[in-house]
Design a protein around this ligand. Sequence first.
Ligand SMILES: [Zn+2]
Ligand SMILES: [Zn+2]
Length: 185
Amino acid sequence: MTAAENKFWNNAELHNDEEQIFRQLKARSNKCRPLSISKDEQKGIFPGADRSIYETALDNCTCKDFGFRKLPCKHMYRLAHELGLFRLDKISTKGWGGWPVTLHKESAQQDRLFRGAYEEMSIGHPSEDRTNLQINHCRASLTNCTCPDFEERKKPCKHIYRMAILKGLIKKIPPSSSGKKYVVY
Ligand SMILES: [Zn+2]
Ligand SMILES: [Zn+2]
């Protein structure tokens, strides 16, 4: 590997970042299936929006996400996976946002998670780096929210839970009629 590639693929901490995990989850999906992979060149071609294509290497991608962040995008993760350099079958979303996993099992938190999953909320514009989202009248990230509930308790509010759900960090949310049993990863 070249130095530039090493910077990304030998950096375990980077891949545990929620924003990176979000891209790994996307990389796994069928929508991110490569059109072609060259194992010799370690490059791939991926379908883009409006019949465009993205040319992807281990240290570069022509998509907007990489252009903006200069960090591995979903295409780069999928390429690394196809080349056998990165595993996409062992993604752990436990401890997202730095919150202890047991916290989400408290009944007051289960209520908030329930509301985060099922209450109608207006989802507005993300911040430029996409770590913040306007939800109702609040600005929420995975670790912070501007609502009074968060300000007072400093524990995840329903907006933070909605954000985690949107990012695919919380799985197995049952239909609202089946009660309040959640599995939080
Ligand atoms: Zn890309
Ligand atoms: Zn909130």
